[in-house]
Design a protein. Sequence first.
Lengths: 257, 257
Amino acid sequence: MVEFKSANDLRLRGGKYFMAGISIDCVIFGFHDGQLKLLLSTVANVGDWALPAGFIYKDEHIDDSAKRILKERTGLEDIFLQQFYVFGDPNRCDNNITKNAFEKLQITPPNNNWLLGRFLTVGYYALVDFAAVNPSPDYFSDQYAWHDIHQLPNMAMDHGAIVQQALLTLRIHLRYQPVGYSLLPEKFTMPELQKLYETILDQKLDRRNFQRKMIGYGILKRLKQRREGVAHKAPYLYSFDLRKYHKALKEGFQTSW
Amino acid sequence: MVEFKSANDLRLRGGKYFMAGISIDCVIFGFHDGQLKLLLSTVANVGDWALPAGFIYKDEHIDDSAKRILKERTGLEDIFLQQFYVFGDPNRCDNNITKNAFEKLQITPPNNNWLLGRFLTVGYYALVDFAAVNPSPDYFSDQYAWHDIHQLPNMAMDHGAIVQQALLTLRIHLRYQPVGYSLLPEKFTMPELQKLYETILDQKLDRRNFQRKMIGYGILKRLKQRREGVAHKAPYLYSFDLRKYHKALKEGFQTSW
DNA sequence: CCAAAAGTGTTACAAGTACACCCATGT
DNA sequence: ACATGGGTGTACTTGTAACACTTTTGG
C-alpha cells in the first residue's frame, strides 16, 4: 500500500499504483434516530459533496479495494459490503471532480493525467453502525458528514443516481436476505428493527405481522433483558444469532421458486 | 467504430481505441430441444472455449458495448441483456487468453501491450432465440458453438465461474421478472414455457400450478391456434403481451414487501 | 382402443393481511 | 387514570402444494 501526502499527490502520482479508468464508490448507509443516513464527504480542494470513493491497486481484488476504502474512511472492518452495479456512461465524467480540483487549485495537470480520462465506477453499498463510525477528515476529504437519505445535498457527477440505485438494490435484498446486523447496535428492540425496515422501504408496516415474520426467519435471539428507562412498556431486547444470520445471508429467505 | 484486420491486429492496436483494464463478457443463453444452451466461441489463435467477449470504446456506454458485442457475434439486436456482476480478482488474468495467443503465434508483443495487464470484466447475460442465431466465425473467433449448460467444456480463465454466477442471477430474476421473451420463438406452448423454467431452475414443476401462476402474471395471450402435427392432444399456442411484459419487467412481480 | 400429453378443477396447508385485546409505564 | 407504546392472539384472504379426472391425438 502506498502513502500519499495529499489528495493532489494522489492525483498526480496515483497512476503508477492504481488502475486507470475504474474507481469504486461506496454508498455507506447508517441508521440513527429513526432515519436512514448516508455518509458523504466533501472532496478535498473541491467542496462538492460526494460518495467516499477510491481506486483499485493494480494487484488488488476489487472487493478488497472496497473494504480498504471503507476502512480508510470509517475505521470499520468486517462490514457487510456488496457490489451492486457498474456505472458506465461515458458522460458521467464530463464534470469530474479531479478536473474541478485542478481548476480550483489553478494547477495545469499533465495532459495524460490518469484521472482526467473516462472512468467507470463500481458501486458498493455498506451497512454500518452509525454510532461506531467516527469519520475524521483525511488527505482525501475535507469533511465527513451523515446526511438524511431524504435530504441529500446536491452531489458531484452521477453520485445521486448511484445512491438511488443502491437504495433500490437494498430494498430488493431486504426481501430475501437478512439486513440489520451492523446497521443496528448489538442489542435492539423489535420496534427499532421495524423502524429500520420501514425507513429503508419508505413504507409503514404492521407491527404484529412484522414481528411474526422476523421471528419466523429464525435469526433473532430474544434476550431476558428489556430496554429500560423508556416511556411506556419496556420492550424486549433482541440480538442477531450470528451463526444463523450468516447462514441466511448465504442461502436467502425465499423458499418457493 | 474501428475495423480490425484480425484478432492480432486488435491485440496490437486496440489500445488506442479501447479502455484498458476492462472487458465485457457475454453469457448468451439460448433454449433448444428442452435444453438450456450457452453460446461459446474458441478464441482465434488459441483454441480454448471462452465466452464471447469484447472491449469498451473509450467514449462508449458499457451497455452499448455489450449490445454491440452481442450484435457482432450473433447478429441479434434488441435483446434482453443485463449486467450482473464485475469480476475483479487480479489472479483471473494469470493465464490470460492474449498471452496464450501471442505464445502460440510466437509473437513477442511490446512490453506494455494493453491486453497483457490486469483486466476486470463486467458480466452481461443475454437471452436469445436459439433458432434466430446463426453465428459465423469472425476475425476474433475460430468457431462458435452452442453447448448444453450441463455439459460445458473446460473454459478459459474464470469463464466457468462467470457462467455459474450468470445462472444464479437468472434464477433469482426468474422469481420477480418475466423471462422467456427472446428465449422462445414468438409462439410457444405452455409446456414449452414450463420446460424453459424447469431447465433454468434445474427442477421439476407441477404442470397445473405452473400454468395458473403464469396466467396470473398477466403477460400471456392465448391464441386461437393450437400447435398442430404433434403427437397427442394439441396444446394451445401463447405469445407474450409485449406491453404488459415490459411493464412487468420494469415493475417486477413480487407483491409483498 | 390405448398410451401419452394437455386442459381443467378441488382440496389442504402455509403465508400474508387485517384487526382487537391486554399489559406496562411515565405523566 | 390515561395516553401511549409494546406484547400476544385470531379470523380472513391469498398463494402454494398436492393431487384426479376428462379430453384429444397418433399409432
